[in-house]
Design a protein around this ligand. Structure first.
Ligand code: IMP
Ligand code: MG
Length: 179
């Protein structure tokens, strides 16, 4: 294991099992919406890249995938301070049901901002799916219908999550060694 990492928190097999379960729940709730041509999947870049790629392969439904960019804390920081939209929201989502997909719910600012922006452009409904939810006091408390794992308040990397741009390609989720 890379010396900057302390331990594996969730291994690839457990991630795969849980992603399948999340997809089942999403199928139950949103298959009729998708079949009616009303679902848009909106992954939050870049952290949700691996998660959404696996998740949508379990969703045999018709929907477009339209990513959105939000920056929380560039560089080597491990505390998010604010969430800023990077670029425009996807077009053509007014009146649709949006399934927001993000890697982790931490302070809540990212998903709170996005839920508000999506409502402002007139989406019919927003559902939110995160792989991880940190056990912290949240500055903002966005609604979240689909949650993979609750994790302690430690900085995690892998399976899309980065530290200073690195470790996204790690197949497991690991805890970074305190700096
Ligand atoms: P927020 O604090 O809920 O707005 O989360 C902001 C973003 O910070 C998430 O979408 C992740 O991309 C990133 N983030 C939060 N906690 C971690 C972590 O432990 N490791 C890597 N990225 C994280
Ligand atoms: Mg993110």
């Amino acid at each position: 294991m890379d010396p900057r990492l302390e331990r594996t928190l969730i291994d690839r097999d457990d991630i795969a099992d849980r992603v399948g379960q999340l997809a089942e729940a999403i199928m139950t709730d949103l298959a009729p919406v998708a079949d009616a041509g009303q679902l848009v999947v909106v992954p939050v870049l870049t952290g949700s890249l691996l998660f959404v790629a696996d998740l949508v392969r379990h969703l045999p439904l018709p929907f477009p995938i339209r990513p959105v960019g939000v920056s929380a804390y560039p560089g080597k920081t491990t505390r998010s301070e604010s969430a800023v939209l990077q670029g425009p929201l996807p077009e053509g989502i007014a009146g649709k049901t949006v399934l927001l997909v993000d890697d982790i719910l931490d302070s809540g600012r990212t998903l709170h901002l996005l839920q508000q922006e999506l409502r402002d452009v007139g989406v019919a409904d927003v559902r939110t799916c995160v792989l991880l939810r940190k056990e912290v006091h949240r500055a903002a408390d966005p609604t979240c219908e689909y949650i993979g794992f609750d994790v302690p308040d430690v900085f995690v990397v892998g399976y899309g999550l980065d530290w200073d741009g690195l470790f996204r390609n790690l197949p497991d989720i690991a805890v970074i060694r305190p700096q």
